[in-house]
Write a protein that binds this ligand. Structure first.
Ligand code: C5P
Length: 231
């Protein structure tokens, strides 16, 4: 198991591209994230192959359904041997608790993480779906609910880490996307922090995609980030 906090987002449409990138990187220096597009296209055999290369996998499928269905999905993910899996906190406390209970008794279980408010949702979008709270307050509310339901942590913006760390204590895992090395393009991310800034604000794991995967030299880009973090 690597000590690196970096999770490389394998945002690819097919098995071959994802494995191609995984082969260029190293499981000693990062973990990898498989999201909805890639998993829907490539399926569980991709996870087996990534494990065969030595990678720990964050299966980012953001489950959100009735408690029984989400519990079954999380258990199925655990049976695939993933290292981290996530659900939507807005599915509610009973849904999250059922997900957590579904992992009871496993000799090794994945970290179970909740998504609070999608960063694509601004105040106006939340209002449209009936949430009148300021997005930041909604993030705190859902993060507390996640902890109370037995989640190991949440996905959040690095800008929210200090606030959530203060609210939820040192043991709660904070997973942060929206990270850009100082010299990288921001792509479509709006409010970015550097890897060192995110770690200093209390993040445990940094999800980084394009600055590594679209680099001409992905392994060098990854190594440069590790060096910046002085790991
Ligand atoms: O390429 P980039 O570093 O922007 O990739 C970030 C990854 O994190 C993508 O897989 C994206 O879907 C995910 N993500 C995000 N913002 C969130 C939640 C997830 O960028 N709030």
């Amino acid at each position: 198991m690597t000590r690196s906090p970096i999770i490389v987002a394998l945002d690819y449409p097919d098995h071959a591209s994802a494995i191609g990138m995984a082969r260029r990187l190293s499981p000693e220096l990062c973990r990898v994230k498989v999201g909805k597009e890639l998993f829907t296209a490539a399926g569980p055999s991709l996870l087996e192959q990534l494990a065969g290369l030595g990678y720990e996998v964050f299966l980012d499928l953001k489950f959100h359904d009735i408690p029984n269905t989400v519990a079954g999905a999380v258990r199925a993910a655990a049976n695939l041997g993933v290292w981290m899996v996530n659900v939507h906190a807005s599915g509610g406390e009973r849904m999250m608790a059922a997900a957590r209970d579904s992992l009871t008794g496993l000799s090794s279980r994945p970290l179970l993480i909740a998504v609070t408010v999608l960063t694509s949702m601004a105040a106006a979008d939340l209002a449209q779906v009936g949430v009148g709270l300021d997005p930041k307050l909604q993030v705190v509310r859902l993060a507390r609910l996640s902890r109370d339901a037995g989640m190991d942590g949440v996905v959040c913006s690095a800008h929210e880490c200090q606030m959530l760390r203060a609210e939820l204590g040192d043991d709660f895992v904070l997973v942060t996307p929206g990270i850009r090395p100082a010299d990288a393009s921001t792509d479509d991310q709006r409010r970015v922090l550097t890897p060192a800034e995110a770690m200093a604000s209390g993040s445990n794991y940094l999800v980084i995609g394009r600055p590594i995967t679209r680099s001409d030299e992905p392994a060098a880009a990854l190594a440069a980030i590790i060096t910046q973090l002085r790991l």
